[in-house]
Structure formats: structure tokens, C-alpha cells
Design a protein around this ligand. Sequence first.
Ligand code: ADP
Length: 551
Amino acid sequence: MQQQTTARAAASARATGRERWFGGALGGTVGLNQSLLAIVIVLGLAIELALGQLVTDGVFAAGVACALVATLAAVAIPWSRVPTWVSAFLPLFDIVAIALLRQSSPASGFGLLWIFPAMWAAWAFGLVGAIASSALIALIYWAFLASTVLSGDGTLAASTLLLPLTVAAAAVVTALMAARGRRQNRLLAEQSHELQEALGRAETQERLVTEVLDAVDFGVERIALDGSATLTNPAQRRQHAAEQASARRFARDGATEFPEGEDPVTRARRGELIERELVWYGAPGEERRAVEVTSRRLGADGDAELVIVSQDVTEQELALRAREDLVASVSHELRTPLTSIIGYIDLASDVPALPDPARRSLDVANRNAERLLDLISDILADGSSNRTGVQIRVAPEPVDVAELVAAAAEAATPRAAEVGMTIDQQGIHPAPTEADPRRLRQVLDNLLSNAVKYGRHGGRIELSCGIDRGTVRIAVRDDGPGIPAHELGSVFDRFFRSSLVRGGTMHGNGLGLSISRDIVRAHGGEISVESTEGRGTLFVVRLPLVQRLTR
Ligand code: ADP
């Protein structure tokens, strides 16, 4: 594509050069050249007349007529519109005219004027023109000379050779110079063409960027090194109006007010790098707008210009809050009856004559009711804490993680079997450490239930644990549809649900992984995810290996 463009540019540049040579410029050059020759001839004739040497015979008249015809043709013919070869007749006429004038008065020196047509032919037709005109001039000259020598009127002299040689040399030099000039012209034309194309491309690019910036609904602002805005798109101008309308700015929780000049937008304009920080414009109770701000440096240079991207996220934030409120109130409402259920189970368990099977059933009911209460407490705690995580309390004790993993696998097996999934437990190796067994089980149950829920029907879940590089490593891998790469960074965010499951039949609230991460972090560990869309997902939990208690 690029090569084609260059070739096209070169071809059109060549065409432009030729046209300029034989078209527009040719007319002017022909006229100038011919006029010069005519003036010199007239001057020569005038000198001859003054000296009384003018011979006005028939040969002289023919010579003057030839020169006159050539001069009139040069002026009258629109050379740019006639074929190039037609212009070759002009030097031909001139050569003949000069030959006749010289013949009528050999001592006049008119022969020197042959340099004019020879140079002109060389200029217009290159080396071919130079050689052809020089050869013709030499032939005519020598023919006339031979006739005078033979008739005894003249003798051979150095000029016999010098004149044709001088004419030929002048013609060849002119041809070479003209060729060089032509090459330079062509080069210049090519360069100017390429420059034009580059300019065109740059303009198209700029137009495109401007159109895109005008169309997008997030604000883009470029800040120069001196802090002034050098580019602002329409969305940014609208947001700026909202900024101006409300003087008070609040943090993500909507209640903490930023001190004067400390909100993310002002900090970004001061040159600070900001990563998705949220600012509420307007006080609680007033009409307010939420804007998420990110600032980045343009280019790799440490103190280069900044670009600030800000997006109005008011609708999303309000929806998120409404959902949080709902979850919190539902959880709260569930807690009361659940506490009552647990109380009554306790009472029932205290009945002495209770048959063993009934006592076992009550135990199971009690355990599950306790877990449900824990979950609800988590949700409530989550709702009341800030968005970056919850402070979950853990009560670590010596445990073998392998046992917890195996128990979680066993509990998940019936649900997995329902959808034709198998849980491979071959990778479970002893991993004694210190952890809160109830909390860790919560993490494992969540990872396993997700693998069953979002994995492939009839697929396989690989469960493993063991000591790895000084930590306890637990891994849950499934071969399901996975999570899109661009969403992986949000997997542990509260209420995250991947675009593959959103709107589907799979129930969930997007809290499980967020709570799991808080639990793992409360243990001093970390949880990570890897996923390839269509190939599966791998969750890895790493917990510190506490050897003091496990020895
Ligand atoms: P929930 O399951 O209640 O939606 P989670 O926090 O446990 O909440 O999971 C959040 C989201 O992460 C899920 O909705 C799902 O989109 C995605 N997810 C979690 N585990 C997997 C998995 N193993 N495979 C594919 N997607 C998963």
C-alpha cells in the first residue's frame, strides 16, 4: 500500500515535470530563445549595413525569410498544445537560416550563431537533440566550405574544425545541464507531492481525533506544563459547567468533604496522577453529580503534558447505592428470624428424650443456620464499611488446609454431579498452617460453588492444595467459559458480575469473591485469578505458612 503510494507519487511527479518542461515552460522558452536569436541576427545585419558589407542577394533573402518564419512561429504557436516533436522544426529553420546568411556573407561571422539552435535543441531534446543539431550544423558548414575551397575562393583553416566542435561542446554541456535540472525538478516535485500527502494524512487524522473527541460522552482535557488547558472536548466543557455550579466537593462515600483544592480534579490539574477517583459535586441532599477522574502523562517523558479523562457516573453510583441499601435492609430483616430459628433449635436440642436421628438433623440445621447468620453478618459488615473492603475478624488456629479443602469438595460433589461435573482432588496435599477454619471454609465453598455454577456442564474442576514457595497454595481450576480479559481486574469488586453471566439465569449478588478476598487478606494472604475466555478460570489463594504452631 505504502509502496504503491510512493510509486504513484513518483509517476505523477514525472508527469508533472514533463508537462512543465514541454508544456507551460516550453512556450516561454521557445519565444525567448527565438527572440534572442532574432535580435542578434538583426544586430549583425545592422553592423554589416553600417560597414557597407551587406550583400542582399537571393541567398540572403532566403536566410532572412527563414529566420523570420521561425521567429513568427515561435511567438504565434501555442507550444503547450502541439506535440513536442513539432518544436524540433524551429532549431532546424534557424540552422538553415544561419547557414544561408553565412553563405551570403562568409566573413560576417554569422556561423557563430549556430550555437543558439544547437543549445536550444540540446535543452529540449537532450543528448539526441545535441548530437543531431551539431551533426547537421557540421555537415552544412563543411558542405559550404567544401564548395568554396573547390571553387578556389576559400582555404581550410583551424576554424574548419573549431567551429563545429565548439557548437557540439556547447550543445552537449547544455544537454547535460538540462538533464541535471530535470532530475532536480523531478526530485523536488516528488518531495513536494509526498509532503502534500503527509499533510493530507495528518489533517485526516486530526479531523478524526476531533470528531471522536466531540462524539464521546466522557470529558477529555489536556493540561500543559504550565497548568493551562490546551484541549477540552464538549463533554468536558459540560462537566466543567457542573463543577462551577457547585462549590462543595465530596469523596466517594458522598459524605466526606474534600478540603479546598484537594479534590481529584484540582489535584490532576496540578499535575498529580490520579487513578479512577470519584468526586461528588454538591452537598448531600442537594442535586449532585458524581464524576470519576483519571489522569495520565502523555508520552514516556516524566514531566510531559497530562491528559485528564473524567466521566459522569452519577447514574451508576445512585444505582449502586440503591442496591447496597436494599441488600443491607434485606440482610438486616433476615437476621432477626434467623436468630430466633437458632434459638429454637437450641431449645429443641436440649430436650433429653430426643431420638438420635432427630438430634443429628437438628445439629445439621443448627450448623447451616449459623453459617447463614455469618453470611448475613458479612453482608451487613460489607454494607457499612467503605468500598475498598471490610475489616473481617478471623480466629486462627492450627489446621490442615488439605482437610478443609477435601471437606469442601465433598460438600460440593452432589451439586457438581447434578450438572455432570467431576471434582478432581488428586492435587490435595497436606498443608498444615494456622487459619480460621470456618472462614477459610467459606472461601473454599464460594470458589467451589462458583466453579460449579459458572463452569461447563459435564466439565471438570481441579482442586489442589499444598505448600508452595513458602506459602500454602490452594487452587480451584475449572474449564468453563471463563471471564473476559478486560473484566478480570474487577472480579473481586463488590457486586461484580461478569458480562457473560449478567442477565442470565444464574443467581448471584457478586459479593462472594469480595468477601473471600477480605477473608484471605485478614489471614495475611492473597487471592488471584487467571482466566482465558472459553478455556476456563483459575483462582489461587495463598496463605502464609505459620510453622510455629504447626510443628
Ligand atoms: P456471585 O457468584 O454471587 O455472582 P461472586 O463474587 O462469587 O458472586 O462472583 C462474582 C462474579 O465473578 C460472578 O458473577 C461471575 O460472573 C464471575 N465468576 C466467579 N467465579 C467464576 C468462574 N469460576 N468462572 C467464571 N466466572 C466466574
